[in-house]
Ligand binder design. Structure first.
Ligand SMILES: Cc1cc2nc3c(=O)[nH]c(=O)nc-3n(C[C@H](O)[C@H](O)[C@H](O)COP(=O)(O)O)c2cc1C
Length: 354
C-alpha cells in the first residue's frame, strides 16, 4: 500500500507530505486504525519488556517529533509500536520556523529538519488527550522550551508544561537537545539541567522522567549530563536527538540531521552512556532494520525509538522489526527480549557491522 502512495508523497514537499498523511489518517478515524491494525504484525507477548516501571509491548517505540500534538495517538499502537512518545510540546503554542524546514534525502535515508517545535502547546495537547481513551501502550510526553521564553526562565516553562500534562503521560521527557531552538542545547549544562530536572521530577507524581541528549556533545559533557540527570531523579536517558553534522549531504541551511548517517554516532553514545550508568538507555538514531535494533540492544539500549525510517519505509517497517525480533527469538530458542539482550551482549548472536 505504502509503495503505491510513496512516489506521490516523495513528489511533494516533505512537510506537505507529512500533513497529507496525517490529514488522511485522522479523517479515516476508526476505519484507518482498523486497516492499519489488520495489515500490521502485532508483537507477540514475548516482545514485552520493561523500563523504569513501564511495560512496553515491544522495545520498538515512536520517537518524539512525529506526532507533536497527539493527532494520531490512537493509531501508532495499531501499527505495532510497543510504546510511543508525543511532543515536543512547549508551554506556549508556537508556529515553529519559516518553511521550508524539513528536507528528505531518500538515497542517504536521511532527513534534515529545523521545525523549531511547531506545536499547539501543552494545554492544547491535554485538552485533546483528555477526550481519547487511555493509550493501549505506554505514552510519553516530550517537553521543550517555548521560543519566546528567555533561556534563564526555561525552568518555569518546563515546570508549567509538566503540571499540565502529568496526569495524561506515562512518562515525561526533558528535551534539551534540539538544535532548532536558539540556545536550547546550552540547557544540557550542569546547572541548567539540574534545575530543569528538579522542576520536572518534583512535579511528575512519581512518573519516570527521561532526559534526551544530543549526539554532538563530547563524551565528557555527555557523562556530566547523565550524572546530573541521575542524581536529580531522572530515570532514563534517550540517546540521541538529531546531529548538526552533515555527513556530506547538500547544504539546506541549519537544522538537525537524522536517519541512517546518524546511526553510528547514536550507537556510540548509547554504548558510552550505558557503560557509565545504571540508568536505562533508550537508543534512537538511524534505526531502519532489525539488525539496527540488535546493534542498539548490544550497545546497551533497553529499548529503541525511530522516526526517519518510518518516512522512507512506511508503516510496514514496524511489522518487519517486530517480526524480525520474534524470529530472532525463535532462531536462538530464547523466550524474551530480556534473554535476547543477555545473549547479544554476551556475543552469542552475531550482528552485522552498521
Ligand atoms: C522532522 C523531525 C522532527 C523532530 N522533532 C523532534 C521533537 O520535536 N522533539 C524531539 O525530542 N525530537 C525530535 N526529532 C528527533 C527524533 O525524535 C529522533 O531523536 C531523531 O530523528 C533520530 O531518530 P531517527 O534517525 O530514527 O529519525 C525530530 C526528528 C525529525 C526528523
Amino acid at each position: 500500500m505504502y509503495s503505491l502512495i510513496r512516489p506521490l508523497l516523495f513528489r511533494l514537499d516533505a512537510e506537505t507530505a507529512h500533513r497529507l498523511v496525517f490529514f488522511t489518517m485522522k479523517a479515516g478515524g476508526a476505519a484507518a486504525r482498523w486497516l492499519i491494525r489488520s495489515t500490521s504484525y502485532q508483537p507477540s507477548p514475548r516482545l514485552g519488556c520493561s523500563i523504569a516501571g513501564l511495560e512496553l509491548l515491544s522495545p520498538v517505540g515512536l520517537a518524539a517529533g512525529m506526532d507533536k500534538n497527539g493527532d494520531l495517538a490512537r493509531l501508532w499502537p495499531e501499527m505495532g509500536f510497543g510504546w510511543i512518545e508525543l511532543g515536543t510540546v512547549t508551554a506556549h503554542a508556537q508556529p515553529g520556523n519559516p518553511k521550508p524546514r524539513m528536507f528528505r534525502f531518500p538515497d542517504a535515508g536521511a532527513i534534515i529538519n529545523r521545525m523549531g517545535f511547531n506545536n499547539r502547546g501543552s494545554a492544547a495537547l491535554v485538552s485533546h488527550l483528555k477526550n481519547l481513551p487511555r493509550s493501549t501502550v505506554p505514552c510519553g510526553i516530550n517537553l521543550g522550551k517555548s521560543k519566546i521564553t528567555p533561556l534563564d526562565e526555561a525552568v518555569s516553562d518546563y515546570a508549567l508544561s509538566t503540571e499540565r500534562v502529568v496526569d495524561l503521560a506515562d512518562y515525561l521527557v526533558i528535551n534539551v537537545s534540539s538544535p532548532n531552538t536558539p540556545g536550547l542545547r546550552s540547557l544540557q549544562d550542569a546547572d541548567s539541567l539540574r534545575d530543569i530536572t528538579d522542576a520536572v521530577v518534583s512535579r511528575a507524581n512519581g512518573k519516570p522522567v527521561f532526559v534526551k541528549l544530543a549526539p554532538d556533545l563530547g563524551d565528557e559533557a555527555l557523562l556530566d549530563a547523565v550524572h546530573v540527570a541521575q542524581t536529580h531523579g531522572a530515570q532514563g536517558i534517550i540517546a540521541t536527538n538529531t546531529t548538526i553534522q552533515r555527513h556530506g549531504l547538500p547544504d539546506v541551511g541549519p537544522g538537525g540531521l537524522s536517519g541512517r548517517p546518524l546511526h553510528q554516532r547514536s550507537v556510540e553514545v548509547v554504548r558510552l552512556v550505558s557503560k557509565n550508568t545504571d540508568l536505562p538507555v533508550i537508543g534512537v538514531g538511524g534505526i531502519q532494520s532489525g539488525e539496527d535494533v540488535l546493534r542498539m540492544l548490544a550497545a546497551g539500549a533497553e529499548a529503541v525509538q525511530l522516526y526517519s525510517a518510518l518516512v522512507f519505509e512506511g508503516p510496514r517497517l514496524i511489522s518487519r522489526l517486530n517480526r524480525f525480533l520474534d524470529t530472532t527469538l525463535d532462531q536462538h530458542q530464547l523466550t524474551s527480549i530480556s534473554e535476547l539482550k543477555t545473549a547479544i551482549r554476551a556475543g552469542d548472536i552475531p550482528i552485522a557491522p552498521g
